[in-house]
Design a protein around this ligand. Structure first.
Ligand code: FAD
Length: 412
């Protein structure tokens, strides 16, 4: 039977960052990376909008994302791979009630060194072609039906922007396999059917299925970076209910449209969040638009629904930005968030019931931007027994049992 010091399940940006950072920090053990997909980043990492921001309500997300932004900004130079890093900012817009809370939120951001500018409605309008903050010209019945209000102000996050998470994942694995003598083994098209445990609860390895054949591989540490499929894997591993994570798979869709007009400013707009969480950004000559469906079912369905764009997104968007009524849907896709339904934050570090089972799951839609920093921190945990760059202890598995949730409210 083969044995590895570490088995990583999941070859997305999370798994990639963990493996690369471990090797960079001096790990010399043997590593096996497993993914059932046919290529690196075949899960959510390939379908992400790739937005990054340090505008969060929780200090841990501010810290992790500020660190990730530093890493992403130097990625091309240090990893030799262009990942489409663009620091064009994030622009959040606010109705009256939320805008009144802004001084309190802004105080925390200032204290944590987050770079941002408060924006008047006129400044918001100046950043986005055709956007109108006041809806005085819209039929009051339409406003009420769609639940729209005037925008009273905005926040522009200067450090924020977007990148390509699948390129980053590929770069992490390529560098991990080419730059270190402890070359990891990457096995794609390989399903992990179960994590195996001994009687004391220590993970002993994994049971695999590859091309129809079953195999058991032993490991010193098993790292789970399996996104929305995590509970499925734990169930198949015979783990009891108390081992499971409060994670639900939630479908998210992104829509690619043409521009409303020929205004060249579309190419440099910030990632902008308007009514009911509708967000849009520039994406290779098109607009990329999304909107979370809050009430959506929790399952693994990834059927793309173009009607959702027409009925739920564009209908609202065209009141705020009339020219978008003509934006044609070119294509789009659906994939899954691994939403932590308890507090909308990742679950990181050792599993409390299984001392050598490492978790990097439950990212709730912000894993692309946090993985670069998290990989660094989890590598520190494995190698030295403690976090150094950013203390990720607030995101430990046991917080749910301890009633010590880290509730994030700015989720889109
Ligand atoms: C539409 C959409 C938009 C998003 N936008 C953003 C954004 O703007 N910014 C941001 O930061 N994040 C965003 N996200 C979230 C982000 O993409 C994820 O948090 C991130 O990619 C998670 O990376 P990961 O490596 O943990 O998971 P994944 O990339 O999902 O990788 C998990 C891997 O595990 C493998 N796997 C699972 N179970 C098994 C098994 N039993 N055996 C073998 N392999 C297995 C899967 O095949 C998969 O490749 C978005 C997500 C979606 C769906």
């Amino acid at each position: 039977m083969r044995t590895f010091d570490l088995i990583v399940i999941g070859a997305g940006i999370g798994g990639g960052s963990l493996v690369y950072n471990l090797l960079r920090q001096g790990f010399t053990g043997s590593i096996l990376v497993l993914d059932r997909g046919g290529n690196i980043a075949s899960g959510a990492s390939a379908y992400s909008a790739g937005g990054f921001r340090n505008l969060w309500t929780t200090a841990i997300n501010q810290r992790l994302c500020s660190r990730s932004i530093q890493i992403l900004g130097r990625f091309k130079e240090e990893m030799g791979v262009a990942i489409g890093f663009q620091q064009t900012g994030y622009l959040f817009t606010y109705y009256e009630a939320a805008w009144k809370q802004m001084p309190k939120v802004a105080e925390v951001w200032r204290a944590n060194g987050v770079n941002f500018d408060l924006q008047t409605p006129a400044e918001v309008e100046a950043r986005i072609p055709g956007l109108r903050c006041s809806l005085a010209e819209v039929d009051p019945e339409v406003r009420e039906y769609l639940g729209l209000e005037d925008i009273k102000g905005g926040v522009f996050g200067r450090d924020c922007g977007s990148f390509d998470p699948s390129q980053a994942a590929v770069a992490y694995f390529e560098r991990a396999m080419n730059d270190f003598s402890a070359r990891p083994v990457l096995k794609l098209n390989t399903e992990v059917e179960a994590v195996t445990f001994d009687a004391a609860g220590r993970a002993t390895g994994v049971q695999l299925r590859c091309a129809g054949a079953e195999e058991t591989v032993r490991a010193g540490i098993v790292a789970i970076c399996t996104g929305p499929w995590t509970n499925e894997l734990l169930d198949c591993s015979g783990c009891p209910q108390e081992d499971r994570m409060p994670i639900a798979a939630q479908k998210r869709m992104l829509f690619i449209t043409d521009f409303p007009d020929q205004d060249p400013r579309w190419q440099t707009i910030p990632l902008t969040i308007i009514d009911h969480g509708i967000h849009f950004k520039y994406e290779s000559g098109s607009l990329m638009i999304g909107k979370a469906r809050q009430e959506g079912p929790h399952n693994l369905d990834t059927t793309f629904e173009p009607d959702y764009y027409v009925d739920e997104v564009n209908l609202v968007m065209q009141e705020r930005m009339p020219a978008t009524a003509t934006c044609k849907l070119k294509r789009g896709w659906a994939h899954l968030y691994d939403t932590n339904i308890a507090d909308h934050n990742a679950i990181l570090g050792w599993h409390g019931n299984h001392p050598n089972l490492l978790l990097q799951v439950g990212y709730s839609g912000h894993g692309a931007m946090e993985s670069p920093a998290v990989g660094e921190c989890l590598a520190e945990l494995i190698l030295t027994g403690r976090y150094q760059t950013v203390d990720c202890a607030p995101l430990r598995w046991s917080r749910f049992r301890e009633g010590d949730l880290v509730r994030e409210t700015i989720v889109i």
